[in-house]
Write a protein that binds this ligand. Structure first.
Ligand code: PLP
Length: 415
């Protein structure tokens, strides 16, 4: 059994870029058992339902950018839609097109573009385009070419200082969009903005952004825009600020079962972490006191000890800086000692005597659900001085994703 998941776990599909066919059979090995990020699609569905409850009556856009924060965009998108999400959100048009190519037909928004973005393909695929202003002319050119009106969501910068039309350009952007809409070249489907500090509920800026958003909505509506969806909330705002929900919430982190709040665990929020990162102990050996460990010899054993080699490193997306991060082996959690290398890292099991020999090939869990005090992505975030978003998202393509509890085959969109 992989990853200590319950027996109900049903492994139905696997994606991995390295061929495992004849070679795998010949060598007796399955790359999946060596190391994998196990993605529990039941957890995704549970989290979507939990967030949909919190958001109701607003609808849920499942944010599946960056390969669903490292979890696998297509299976996660399908699970999220099955559990009640009605929209999908991504950063890039290319990410949206990949979902369309997989047969996913739900409403979909892409919001981050360059002058090289393929607006024509977005229009052709019925992908909604987030628009800060400069994109309008190009979107309209694409609509003319495709002989199909573009669907856009106007974005306003209410304080984050990134994407979105500046407040003082809003009038102008709205006017221009309405002109194009009157010509039948586009339809303003949505108006949106993004929050900057919703994960710190005590800060005042969320109120200021909310007030600014209400203001721009009023301006747009007075000018004659009649959007289907107005949206502002991310995961933390969905959970803590009902007044930011409007018609639609855009939730990413929460659907992966992670907490956006410093002082609250995902369990306290009713969420279940969906990714378990695990591998097998690849070597166990007894060493004397004073044995140096890994590059730079930054760690020396304090007595006779057994070292266990964990075959994952920064090429797999484990942050090099995260020495001290936890690895659970045989029910106990040990900190990584010495430097994390490209492919491997070491834990010190202490003076366990002959017991060490039995641990060759044992499961080694870096993070997972946290059940029973197991290690979490939050632990790794602390060890690396980053957030849990980055820990799961940066797990590299070298780690095969293993999807468990996939939904039953449904509809004609599946192969
Ligand atoms: C990534 C992103 C989200 C999702 O944020 P979470 O905190 O993960 O819920 C929502 N909206 C926009 C514009 C984003 O870029």
């Amino acid at each position: 059994m992989i990853c200590g998941c319950a027996a109900r776990t049903r492994i139905t599909r696997v994606t991995y870029p390295v061929a495992s066919g004849d070679f795998g059979a010949a060598s007796g090995g399955d790359p999946l058992y060596e190391r994998s990020a196990v993605i529990d699609l039941d957890a995704i569905r549970h989290n979507v339902r939990r967030l949909a409850d919190a958001a109701s009556p607003a609808k849920v856009m499942a944010v599946v950018k960056a390969d669903a924060y490292g979890h696998g965009a297509v299976p996660v998108a399908r699970a999220a839609l099955e559990a009640g999400a009605s929209w999908l959100g991504v950063a890039h048009i290319s990410e949206a097109l990949a979902l369309r190519a997989a047969g996913i037909e739900a409403p979909m928004l892409a919001w981050l573009h360059t002058t090289e973005s393929n607006f024509g393909a977005a229009v052709a695929a019925g992908v909604d385009i987030g628009c800060s202003g400069w994109e309008l002319d190009r979107i309209v050119a694409a609509a003319r070419e495709q002989e199909r009106p573009a669907r856009i969501h106007l974005k306003v910068d209410t304080g984050l200082g990134r994407n979105g039309a500046p407040m003082d350009a809003w009038d102008h952007v709205v006017g221009e969009a309405l002109e194009y809409q009157d010509q039948g070249l586009l339809r303003v489907v949505g108006i949106f903005s993004h929050l900057s500090v919703a994960d710190e509920p005590e800060r005042p800026e969320t109120d200021q952004q909310l007030a600014a958003f209400r203001e721009v909505l009023a301006v747009a509506e007075d000018a004659g825009v009649d959007p289907e969806v107005r949206h502002l909330a991310n995961t933390p705002a969905t959970l803590s600020r009902p007044d930011t929900h409007f018609d639609l919430v855009r939730v990413g982190l929460g659907i992966y079962g992670l907490s956006p709040f410093e002082g609250q665990t995902s369990a306290e929020l009713g969420l279940r972490p969906a990714m378990t990162l695990r591998t097998l102990v690849s070597l166990c050996k007894d060493v004397p006191e004073g044995q140096g460990v890994s590059y730079g010899l930054r760690y020396h054993t304090s007595g006779p000890s057994t070292l266990a080699l964990i075959p994952m490193g920064y090429a797999d997306g484990v942050p090099r800086i995260a020495t001290g991060g936890p690895v659970r082996v045989a029910g106990k959690t040990y900190p990584v000692v010495g430097r994390i290398a490209m492919d491997q890292m070491v834990i010190d099991l202490g003076n366990i005597g002959p017991a060490g020999a039995g641990l060759l090939g044992a499961e080694a869990e870096l993070f997972g659900t946290g059940a029973g005090g197991g290690p979490t992505a939050d632990d790794w975030a602390r060890a690396a001085g980053t957030n849990n978003y980055e820990i799961v998202t940066r797990i590299s393509p070298r780690v095969p994703r293993q999807f468990v509890n996939e939904p039953a085959l449904s509809g004609q969109e599946r192969p």
